[in-house]
Ligand binder design. Structure first.
Ligand code: ZN
Length: 181
């Protein structure tokens, strides 16, 4: 059994308060299409979405990034085509708030995957070298096989993006593929 983890593809991360910009806009169709395919095939799909509280004085990202993905804000809504795909498949897609880079940190993701007998996680979303990277590292440490769609991940940092793709492959043993393969 496999699962698709869609990481942080929200307005704030695409063209809002902490934007990846063009590289994220360019992958939006692939992100939406893969989500649709996995959900319609009956695979487990997780929408892993950063959640911050405006009043939280203690969050470590407070000193690193401008406010983003604040609860109930438009910035935290899914971006573009993905929003439509999610809205029409809400009953089968698992929405999961997360408060750290990794989708495994402080969430019940590992339990949800094991309940379903998932052994392979496929990753798309942003940013390749931050939240996707940290999620992939945690998946690796928990013994999951990993597949990364290189045309389904993006970063504001082209060097970081490139480095992360090689790290997935060479250090995490991930299968780095194209969605069209
Ligand atoms: Zn954040």
């Amino acid at each position: 059994m496999k699962a698709l983890l869609v990481v942080d593809f929200t307005n704030d991360f695409v063209d809002g308060n902490l934007p990846v910009g063009d590289p994220a806009i360019e992958i939006q169709h692939t992100v939406a299409e893969l989500t649709k395919q996995f959900a319609d095939r009956g695979d487990f799909v997780v929408m892993a979405v950063d959640l911050h509280e405006e009043s939280d004085l203690y969050h470590p990202e407070r000193n690193l990034f401008p406010p983003h993905n604040i609860r109930h804000s438009r910035g935290r809504e899914l971006y573009g085509e993905l929003k439509d795909v999610y809205e029409s498949r809400k009953d089968v897609i698992y929405w999961m708030d997360k408060t750290r880079y990794s989708a495994f940190c402080g969430t019940d993701l590992d339990l949800k995957l094991r309940e379903r007998g998932v052994s392979e996680v496929h990753l798309i979303g942003v940013c390749t070298d931050i939240c996707v990277l940290h999620t992939a590292i945690d998946a690796y440490n928990r013994g999951y096989a990993i597949k990364i769609y290189e045309d389904g991940v993006a970063s504001f940092n082209p060097e970081g993006h490139k480095w992360a793709l090689s790290h997935f492959k060479n250090s995490l043993g991930a299968d780095v593929v194209k969605s069209t393969d």
